[in-house]
Ligand binder design. Sequence first.
Ligand code: URA
Length: 213
Amino acid sequence: MARVRGAARRQRTNGRVASVPAPAATRRSWARLSEQIRACRLCPLGFLRTNAVVYRGSLAPRVVFVGEAPGVEEDRTGLPFVGRAGSRLNEAIRRVGLADGSYGVLNVLKCRPPENRFDRAAARTCRPYLDRQLALLHPEVIVTLGAWALRSLDPTAPALLEAAGAPREEGEPPLFPWIHPAAAMRSRRWARRWEADLRKFRRWWEARSNKTS
Ligand code: URA
């Protein structure tokens, strides 16, 4: 991918690093892009959806979480990660200590695929949207959730279970591969892996934040 360049806009307030609001030009470009995504019919999924699912979160995020594809609740509401997997993700985000204005959540696919099966052809069509979103948001760090999100953003990464929990810092911004929150709910073994990777992410993120503050 054209991994995006540049660090998020930040400022120090009372010794803490905080995101500052996105400039007006970014907000205008974002609104235009979001409209294009909502009107998109470039692939068959565009004719099957109830709502395209664009983004939820800050327009000046320090961390962006990238999931795979909207599910039934996301299709209904037009917002990413609002079902059970979303609750799991939100809980993890809280435990990592990310405040509301400092993160955002989106998906590789903007429309729900039938039977929630990741659709590679649709992902190629959606790709320019993802790249433009990440370029406008330019987060400090991207967290990929699940194998398809990882493969989409870093085709050279090893298989998910080998990659998850180990930051990939050779690109800009760096990636942190994580398993998908829905997988964490499937078995105790995956839940343990989710927790272990959560701890790794928290340590890595805190160390990065201390370095840049
Ligand atoms: N799973 C995803 O990958 N994305 C969502 O938005 C919901 C579930």
